[in-house]
Design a protein around this ligand. Sequence first.
Ligand code: SF4
Length: 410
Amino acid sequence: MSRILDLQDRFQTLASAAQYDVCAGGAPPTRTAKRERAARFFYPSRVSGGSRVMLLKILLTNRCANDCGYCANRQERARRYCSFRPQELASLFMDFYRQRRVSGLFLSSAIPDSPDRTMQEMIETVEILRLKHQFKGYIHLKVLPGCSEHLAREACRLASRASINLEVPNAPRLRELSMVKDFQNDLVIRLGLLKEMEEEGLLPDGHTTQFVVGAAGESDAEILATVRDLYETKGLRRAYFSAFNPISGTPLEGIPAENPWRQHRLYQADFLSRFYGFDLAEIPLDEKGRLALDSDPKMAWAAAHPEFFPLEINRAEREELLRVPGVGVVGVERILRARREANLNSLDQLKKLKVITGRAAPFLLLNGRQTVPVVKRRATGHTQVKLQQLSLWDEMAQDGTEHPLAGAAG
Ligand code: SF4
């Protein structure tokens, strides 16, 4: 199956193979997203200061000795194998950089034999960029599972951001997908090492991980619990989620594709936990530990807690306002500032503060007055609200800080 490919062929093959590594996340699924993702090799992303970078996302090689069940590059799957030499890839990147088509690099790789040998070649590629070409821009390096500690450290000295993909939330789930990778030693301990490197002042854009959602039968509760633990114990900057899509010629080819809305709901739940003060136990899950696909988790929480609402907007605490659907993080700050000057008593005032009033009004009192009556179910007395598909994302976009791509550099 192996054959010599020219540089253009190798670029197309290895850039296309890199599509499965996520470098920006959160936007709601669209019909064309998958097609677009497969068709292009340059990816917009944002670094932690908020500035936008266009990344060349590429693999060093697509030949892998590992056996991850969902992966296009796994051993024994028939495909075109190819790789770059470090000098070749560095020159290719610099050509795109000089043409102003890209401003950063996202470099990952499959592992043909020893993780150390491939990691060494990735490091060599970045050394050429940093030392020979004096490239000072954004570089995201994958740290390969199982590579030596000294190479992981070396990668962190050169990279802006590093990542190790867990792909699944725990060791039993990994055993369903791979007999080769060791969850604790190859992955989790290495994430701890990236935390140490960040604490030493390296990795200015932090370290991240990614989950392939729906490949191992895992629940959202398992994923969210692992992500929370990684934030707390491994200093993770953020997690990415990628809905599983079966690939022909892999052991999972017969498993149905995961609903892309599940990936989107996981991002929303993750944002609630990171920015809105929600405890993990407060994220609404069904009895199987799954998020509802048809409702935003913030709206679902509000609908399930009629005892919490309506809130008087002129007196509610910051933490309480963050729970109101249609009010984003910046919206809350604006409300707090505005009401120091004068009481808020109209929806027009709230609109000017970037609150999505159509969503927020049923949950608020303005000077003791409810502008939109909450519908009560006669039988239960529970608050009934329309669960909207995109509300949390709309709210983030509305107040400008919390756009899903903000701070989401790959
Ligand atoms: S180690 Fe990476 S490239 Fe290799 S089979 Fe697993 S996911 Fe694919």
